[in-house]
Design a protein around this ligand. Structure first.
Ligand code: TXA
Ligand code: MG
Length: 331
């Protein structure tokens, strides 16, 4: 299949909507990462997503909605807390896990009784959702376990032979995937963050008026929460600022060629240094593009400074980097 990248004019949106109605896949920019979208009501189309990504079929997908008003078509027994969060954070990088309506195809939910829903805050995603008029199932548009794409060109690199059309919305402004909040067991376990993202526990707790727990990494109901994920092929090592020099020296002594991402330069033969952005916003935005670029360098090891800072983005970045470090190498 020859994938085409289209700037998102009216014609491109109409063509993309028509392809989705015909059960085909479309590469879609969102504010977090690019998604691989299919008609969420069409089980055949949804199965194509799993085939394209090489993703196990029991890993559920997020359904993207044109607006908050669509929520009752997908979820049942919607608690007032969900409405409050949707009103406050949608469109935006927050995914809510709720009890599903019986009509939601089991292909979307991995056979679970719950469904993950969000309204993305990207003008192109919203324009396509409105043109399409219903929910789009869309995981990140990468092969299973690999680094998520944050540009249209990244989607082609990952899935160019699997998708006919990618809408170009420019580089994703957030850069890490949405926060996933499980509200399906409010009465028993309360609200639980299954995956950290740009919307933090404190903001959520403030709206909910109760504390929000973070998942303990137990059952992998979220594929992005598998211990290894978001992984480049080159081995990734994380090091605190003070440990970088000794780690790099040790690797150099083993004859390794190294790419280093840190705030301070280290000019040594065999080391390619790239400056790490100073703000967490820039770091999140550039994280996946940087991991991709590192993989292309042909070095033996990637050394990344463990980012400092607090708050939701710091936690989301640390989460992705740790999984990248665990999952990288030899695959
Ligand atoms: O920012 C994002 O969320 C991006 C953009 C494209 O919207 N999407 C994304 O999709 O990251 P994906 O499939 O790569 O990750 C979605 C995660 C998966 O880890 C999946 O297991 C989890 O959401 N998920 C989906 N439905 C679920 C459910 N019913 N219960 C628990 N987790 C669920
Ligand atoms: Mg993903």
């Amino acid at each position: 299949m020859n994938a085409r990248i289209l700037p998102p004019g009216e014609e491109a949106l109409a063509e993309a909507a028509a392809k989705l109605r015909a059960g085909e896949l479309v590469g879609l920019p969102t504010e977090t990462v690019y998604g691989l979208a299919a008609d969420a009501r069409n089980p055949t189309a949804v199965r194509r997503i799993f085939a394209a990504k090489g993703r196990p079929s029991d890993h559920p997908l997020i359904v993207h909605l044109p607006s908050v008003e669509h929520l009752p078509q997908w979820a049942r027994d919607i608690p007032e807390e969900a409405w409050a969060l949707a009103r406050r954070f949608w469109p935006g990088p927050l995914t809510l896990v709720l009890m599903r309506r019986p009509e939601v195809p089991p292909e979307v939910t991995g056979g679970q009784e719950t469904v993950a829903l969000r309204v993305p805050a990207h003008p192109v995603a919203l324009a396509l959702l409105r043109a399409f008029g219903s929910g789009l199932a869309a995981p990140s548009a990468n092969r299973f376990g690999r680094v998520s794409p944050t540009t249209a060109a990244d989607v082609i690199e990952e899935l160019g032979d699997q998708v006919a059309l990618v809408l170009d919305g420019g580089p994703c402004p957030v850069g890490v995937e949405s926060t996933i909040l499980d509200l399906s067991r409010l009465d028993t376990v309360g609200p639980v963050i299954l995956r950290p993202g740009a919307v933090g526990a404190e903001e959520l707790a403030e709206v909910l008026g109760r504390p929000v727990a973070a998942a303990d990494g137990g059952a992998p109901r979220v594929s992005g929460s598998l211990p290894s994920h978001y992984a480049p092929i080159t081995p990734v090592r994380l090091a605190a600022l003070g440990e970088i020099e000794s780690l790099v020296s040790r690797l150099l002594a083993q004859g390794k060629r190294i790419a280093l991402w840190s705030r301070h330069p280290l000019e040594l033969p065999g080391v390619k240094w790239y400056e790490m952005p100073a703000t967490l916003e820039d770091l999140a935005r550039l994280l996946y593009a940087r991991l991709r670029a590192f993989d292309r360098l042909g070095v033996d090891e990637i050394v990344i400074e463990r980012p400092q800072g607090e708050g939701p983005l710091a936690r989301a970045i640390a989460d992705r980097l740790e999984r990248a470090a665990r999952g990288s190498g030899g695959r």
